[in-house]
Design a protein around this ligand. Structure first.
Ligand code: SF4
Length: 471
C-alpha cells in the first residue's frame, strides 16, 4: 500500500440505478459514489434521466461531499434512471472538462456514459473519427466511447454498444443511460469489476459491492466478462455477449485497489488479503517481537500473519483519516511531504521492538523508505518488511497509474537493492503463485501483468511496448 500514501490510483468508480418509478435518485447515486470514493478523488459527477430523452447533470472537481451539497442534490429532478462517476485521471488532464459522466446530445436525445478503465487503442480510434469530421470536447477516452456508441447505433442502442465494444481494446466497465434504458458493460477480459444488485424493484450497478451495501441493495451477481446488460423502462433485463471473451480480471484490485469489504468475481477481498498474510507467515519465519500492517489495506494481511505465527499484532502507524489521498497533489516533492501528513508512528508500540511491517505492495519505493525511517526514528530496533504481493515490475495500461518501468522501483532494482534503498533489515515478497492461490482462481483467469509482464492484450501493437522496455 505504500502508494495509498504516495500515489497509485484506480482510475474511476461508477454507479447506475434504474427504477420503475421516478424518485430522488441523485441522493442514491451520491451515497453510491461516496462508497466508491477510494477509486477516484479528483472529480465527481451525477446524471439523472427524468424522461427517456432528457438528462440533468452536475459534475465538478473534488471529493464527492465537496462537489455535492444539499442544494445540488435537491436541484436534480426525480428520475427513473441515474448514473454517477468518481474519477482519478490516468489519461486526460485533471480538469472539469474531463470529469464524468460524459453527457451529450445524440441519436436518442440526451445520453450519458460513465467509464472505469483505459482504452489502449483510443488514439487511433479518435484520429480516425476526427479525420471524418468528429469533434471532441475533452481528452478522455470515455468521450470517444460515447461518440462511437452514438455513431454505431443506427439500428438500436444495444447493437450500437455491441459494435462499439468490438472496436475497443483495453479495460472498460461502463454504465450507459440512453433511450430510456440503463446499460452495464464489462470488457471482454473483465479487467475492471462491475456488479449488479437489487433494492426492492430497483436495479443497481456499481464498480464494487461496497456501493451496493451503502445503498442497502442486495448483491445479485458480477457482470460477466464481455457482458452487456440492458434494463429497459419496464425493468426487463436482457444480456448480450461480445465475441472473443477471455477472462483476465485485474489481480491488483484484490491486492490494493478495492475496498476490503467488497467481493469481486465471487471472492471476498478481505478473505483474499487474509490468505496473503497467512501465506507470508508460512513462507517467512522471522525473529521479531511484533507485527504491524501499513494502514489500511495491509492491516488484514498483518492480522493473518499474527494469527498464524502467534506474534503479537500492534498498531505501529496511525493514519490521519481527514487528509485526502496525497495523490491529489501528484508532484514527487508533494507526494513525499504528504507521507508525514498522513501517517505517524505509535511510539509506545514499537520502541525497542523488532518489528515485522507488512504492506500490500511497493511501487515507487519512496513511501516505504519514509515509513521505515519514521519507525526507526520512533525507536523500532529492527524493521523487517513483508509484501503481500510480488514485485511490481511492469507498467499498467488498463487504468491504474503505474506508468513506465523507470518509475517502478521493482522495474530496475533487485530485491536486495530495494531492501537497501528503503532501509529495511530484510525484505520478502509473496510469490505470484501464492497470490493467485489466495484469489482462489486459475492463473489464466487473471491479469497480473504488472507483476509478470504477461499482458492480456498485445500492448506492443498499440505502442505501449516502449514503456515496458524502457528502463
Ligand atoms: S497490469 Fe496490474 S494493475 Fe493493470 S490490470 Fe493488470 S493486474 Fe491490474
Amino acid at each position: 500500500m505504500e502508494d495509498h500514501i504516495s500515489g497509485i490510483h484506480e482510475e474511476c468508480g461508477i454507479v447506475g440505478i434504474m427504477s420503475p418509478t421516478k424518485k430522488a435518485l441523485a441522493y442514491d447515486i451520491y451515497f453510491g459514489l461516496f462508497a466508491l470514493q477510494h477509486r477516484g478523488q479528483e472529480s465527481a459527477g451525477i446524471a439523472v434521466s427524468y424522461d427517456s430523452r432528457k438528462i440533468n447533470y452536475y459534475k465538478k472537481m473534488g471529493l464527492v461531499n465537496d462537489v455535492f451539497e444539499e442544494e445540488n442534490l435537491k436541484a436534480f429532478p426525480d428520475g427513473n434512471c441515474a448514473i454517477g462517476h468518481v474519477r482519478y485521471s490516468t489519461t486526460g488532464s485533471s480538469n472539469v472538462v474531463n470529469a464524468q459522466p460524459v453527457v451529450f446530445y445524440g441519436r436518442f436525445g440526451r445520453m450519458a456514459v460513465a467509464h472505469n478503465g483505459n482504452i489502449i487503442n483510443c488514439d487511433s480510434l479518435k484520429s480516425a473519427m476526427m479525420k471524418k469530421g468528429h469533434v471532441f470536447q475533452s481528452s478522455i477516452d470515455s468521450e470517444v466511447i460515447a461518440s462511437l456508441i452514438n455513431l454505431n447505433s443506427e439500428e438500436n442502442l444495444r447493437d450500437g454498444v455491441l459494435k462499439t465494444c468490438a472496436q475497443l481494446e483495453g479495460a472498460y466497465s461502463l454504465v450507459i443511460m440512453a433511450d430510456g434504458k440503463l446499460m452495464a458493460v464489462r470488457d471482454r477480459h473483465g479487467l475492471k469489476p462491475l456488479v449488479m444488485g437489487r433494492r426492492g424493484d430497483d436495479i443497481v450497478f456499481a464498480s464494487e459491492t461496497c456501493a451496493l451495501d451503502s445503498l442497502n441493495a442486495e448483491f445479485v451477481r458480477d457482470i460477466k466478462p464481455g457482458e452487456i446488460v440492458t434494463v429497459d423502462e419496464d425493468m426487463n433485463i436482457t444480456s448480450t455477449f461480445m465475441q472473443n471473451i477471455e477472462r483476465h480480471s485485474c489481480v491488483f484490485e484484490y491486492v490494493y485497489l478495492a475496498r476490503s469489504d467488497s467481493t469481486i468475481d465471487g471472492r471476498s477481498v478481505y478473505d483474499m488479503r487474509y490468505d496473503c498474510g497467512r501465506y507470508l507467515a508460512e513462507l517467512y519465519k522471522i525473529e521479531a517481537d511484533v507485527v504491524a500492517g501499513v494502514p489500511d489495506s495491509a492491516i488484514v494481511a498483518a492480522r493473518a500473519y499474527s494469527e498464524t505465527t502467534g506474534l503479537p499484532l500492534v498498531d505501529a502507524l496511525s493514519k490521519n483519516r481527514y487528509v485526502g489521498r496525497t495523490f491529489i497533489q501528484p508532484s514527487q516533492s508533494l507526494r513525499e511531504n504528504g507521507v508525514r501528513v498522513k501517517l505517524n508512528a505509535i511510539k509506545n508500540n514499537i520502541n525497542g521492538k523488532r518489528l515485522i511491517l507488512i504492506d500490500d505492495s511497493i511501487v515507487r519505493g519512496t513511501t516505504s523508505k519514509k515509513i521505515i525511517k519514521l519507525l526507526r526514528d520512533c525507536g523500532a530496533k529492527e524493521v523487517h518488511m513483508l509484501i503481500a504481493s510480488p514485485v511490481v515490475k511492469y507498467p499498467c495500461f488498463f487504468g491504474v497509474d503505474m506508468d513506465s518501468r523507470d518509475k517502478l522501483i521493482g522495474g530496475y532494482r533487485t530485491e536486495e537493492e530495494i531492501c537497501a534503498i528503503i532501509g529495511a533489515d530484510s525484505l520478502h515478497y509473496l510469490p505470484i503463485e501464492y497470490l493467485i492461490k489466495a484469489c482462489k482462481g486459475k492463473k489464466c483467469d487473471y491479469c497480473a501483468a504488472c507483476f509478470d509482464g504477461k499482458y492480456p492484450v498485445d500492448v506492443e501493437k498499440y505502442n505501449c511496448g516502449k514503456f515496458v522496455l524502457e528502463i
